[in-house]
Write a protein that binds this ligand. Sequence first.
Ligand code: KG4
Ligand code: ZN
Length: 354
Amino acid sequence: MSDCDIIDHIMKKQLITLAIETSCDETASAVLEGEFSVLSSVVASQADLHEKYGGVVPELACRRHMELMQPVVAEAMEKAKKEFSDIDLVCVTNTPGLVGALLVGLSYAKGFAFARNLPLVGVNHLEGHITAAFLEKRDLPLPSLALLVSGGHTEFFMVDENRDMKWLGGTRDDAAGEAFDKVARVLSLGYPGGPLIERMADKGKARFNLPIALASSGKLEFSFSGPKTATKQLIDKLEKENEELPVADVCASFQKATVSALILKTKLAIEINSPESIIVAGGVACNGALREEMRKLGSELSIPVVIPTPHLCSDNAAMIGAVGAHKYMKDPDNPHWKDYMSLDAIPTFQAKLA
Ligand code: KG4
Ligand code: ZN
């Protein structure tokens, strides 16, 4: 290779990113080349640990993250066939999430970046979920309306041509995923509840009417706390009346009501914002009924709908690396990326509070 070839090769070398995600109960790491090429993505679920409590126990989550952080990163590096010396950038979820859980990933990322004098980008977990859609379809038409529907959040965002995101509205109380988890707990189905409810719903009929809260409020808002209580009351009533609870029918009815609420408000959000595409992201976007209804809505209104494949909908670090690499590449010389000490773990979703 001539000197010119070598320089050319270096110039064309794509950024190699190590990404880390520990905001809730998944310890995850990924290695990316450039913004969109995922070389490896490793997710260690803690579902077994939290199952008997019917939800995430924050203290246990942090301790498990501490045990898993190093082996998960090592596995991601090995699968990507990269050495630590190949890494150019470190990205880590620093908000929102369980503060102790966030701190484990953040401390690891800070240590890694500081030891190697690498830029470190803090990433918003919600932005990560939405960006998973760009890993699925890089050139999705913008501006896009994004519905993020997960265990902790149910929110609308507009994503502009620069991929900047503006919060439009969201749930007033529980997230949709949280309601799935709580109804599953009442039915003793296990944790996480979403996939278990979906499996039961597939065998049942949605023959019980459950309410859709705030249906005619005219605002981009949800409430899942009331429908969750209504489902619990239905279960109590059926238990008193029947010898055997029609679990599959209850699951089908709850799923239908939840999906209907999400579709109803997505229609309103489209009316108000006239987006060029729709993104549906977050763990609940794994739900087959929701995916189907959203696709139907998209074809009725002739708007492309992008829903990431299920492994990119639930928590993972590839989506975190995609956000961080994008932010870094827009402004690589910003000294902020080396200001390790100023990057804090922030448990709350700030835009919603503003
Ligand atoms: O995005 P995610 O992995 O973690 C958070 O950031 O919260 O979402 C987890 C949530 C859980 O509440 C889980 O029950 C729900 O996503 N979920 C589902 C399905 N798969 C996961 N909800 C409904 N149907 C599913 N198939
Ligand atoms: Zn998440």
